[in-house]
Design a protein around this ligand. Structure first.
Ligand code: ZN
Length: 466
């Protein structure tokens, strides 16, 4: 029997606004418990919510980046439920009128439709010792709901990566799953081929891409097993147990009626002006998907180089700024994808935490491109710039690292070195490739990196073959 899988996602995204959604408390992660609170987010009687304009703008930005229609009328609703981390006894959300509708994101070979994106506020957090931290209560969230278009774990991960990239490049959210600023609920159903959609199970708040993959595959197997044995699949909410790599029952699914939604009476409807939306549209960054096409077409860069220079907005800025100065995309992509990533990996540095002087980097690239320094010097000084913030020009002058440009001098010195290494020359002539490398190495040592290894190689070969 063939089975079909349908998966839809609900993704909660914490917006990186300065303030909370309905008060002016600071919205930040990791502060001391209950320091970012006020009468509004603690639900003191009489305190009234005022919507955060910045958050509304970020929601619209996200909607534009994901090809949604934007509703100019912003209306908030109440979702009523009781839980100790929810001081008001309800959450303000957008149930009847989401701000963004009917969008999509492209993943390889497929378009994933987005049903809606709406604005809501986060709840507080129950701490390990069972106290409650209300710093998170009222932090602005977007909830993005997809259609059940996914048919595999790979498609889900491709989508989440694309979404994360968009949100980070639009500066909407930092999307740190481990800090909870991106949280993913999975809705999954399995059916026999040609049958209508099966009963849906929700897996709540899965904490990493790896767990999302594992939770989906576990759940698909569990459903197929139930169907094979003619058992019913219960509509329920489950959670993923990372230690045992399986999903476990949490609760029966709440129905819409359980929340008795109604329009939030404390907030008036907001009518956005055309100008407000137009301004956001006008200031949209070029999205990574578009950049990928431009880089391949205009700069003829490899897939690997493009991946490196789109690693994060910071690295992408570095690339663009250097290219504005030097106009050699190939060499700049090369030093980023090759050297910069290597230096960061070897020294266990988070590339996004790097600080560097762009002028120093452009100077060293220029010196290399103008044949003033050898490739070895180029790499060594680049390392010094990144790790020790070394100013390259004076460093090269002080250490006398400019390339030798007197070819007669270079050649005469190489001939001397060859005379002292006749054994290696014979070894090379007898087919030992390594002997040539040894000879080049001897010369490099002599010239202290101030002569290009390719020039040395050419001169050696000229004299050996002679
Ligand atoms: Zn507050």
């Amino acid at each position: 029997m063939q089975y079909k899988v349908n998966i839809g996602l609900e993704v909660h995204i914490e917006l990186n606004t300065k303030n909370k959604m309905f008060c002016r408390c600071k919205s930040s992660f990791g502060d001391k418990e209950n320091t970012n609170v006020c009468p509004v987010c603690l639900a003191q009687p009489g305190a009234l919510p005022i919507p955060n304009k910045e958050a509304i703008a970020l929601a619209i930005k996200t909607g534009i980046a994901t090809n949604c229609k934007i509703d100019k009328k912003v209306i908030f609703d109440r979702k009523n439920y009781f839980y100790k981390d929810l001081p008001k006894g309800y959450q303000i959300t957008q149930f009847f009128n989401p701000i963004c509708k009917d969008g999509y994101i492209n993943i390889p070979n497929k378009k994933i439709n987005i049903r809606q994106i709406h604005i809501e506020e986060d709840a507080g957090k129950v701490c390990k010792n069972n106290t409650i931290d209300y710093n998170r209560a009222g932090v602005p969230l977007l909830e993005l709901v997809t259609m059940p278009d996914f048919e595999s774990d790979e498609e889900v991960i491709q989508f989440l990566k694309a979404l994360k990239e968009i949100l980070i490049f639009c500066n909407v959210s930092d999307c740190k799953i481990q800090e909870g600023s991106m949280r993913v609920d999975i809705n999954l159903s399995v059916r026999k081929e040609n049958m209508p959609l099966g009963n849906r199970v929700e897996i709540k708040n899965v904490g990493s891409f790896k767990s999302i993959k594992n939770a989906i595959n576990y759940e698909i197997k569990r459903h197929i097993n139930l169907l094979e044995n003619n058992n019913n699949i219960n509509v329920e909410t489950r959670k993923f147990d990372e230690n045992n790599n399986k999903t476990i029952f949490m609760r029966n699914k709440e129905t819409i009626k359980d929340y008795s939604y109604f329009k939030e009476p404390d907030i008036l409807n907001i009518n956005l002006s055309n100008n407000f939306i137009f301004n956001i549209k006008n200031n949209m960054p070029i999205l990574p998907e578009e950049k990928r096409k431009l880089y391949a077409k205009n700069y003829n860069l490899s897939e690997n180089d493009i991946k490196a220079i789109l690693y994060s907005p910071k690295i992408n800025n570095l690339f663009e700024e250097l290219n504005n100065k030097i106009n050699n995309p190939k060499e700049i992509a090369n030093i980023i994808s090759g050297e910069l990533f290597k230096i960061c990996n070897e020294n266990k540095i988070n590339i996004n935490n790097l600080t560097f002087n762009i002028n120093y980097i452009s100077n060293i690239i220029n010196l290399f491109l103008n044949n003033k320094i050898s490739r070895d010097t180029y790499k060594n000084v680049f390392f010094e710039i990144i790790i020790n913030d070394v100013e390259p020009i004076s460093f090269i002058e002080k250490n006398n690292l400019y390339l030798l440009n007197d070819t007669n001098f270079i050649e005469s010195k190489i001939i001397n070195i060859l005379k002292e290494n006749t054994k290696s020359i014979n070894d090379y002539k007898n087919g030992k490739e390594k002997a040539l490398k040894f000879l080049i190495g001897q010369c490099m040592k002599y010239f202290k990196g101030k002569c290009d290894s390719n020039i040395i190689k050419d001169i050696i070969l000229k004299h050996i073959n002679y």
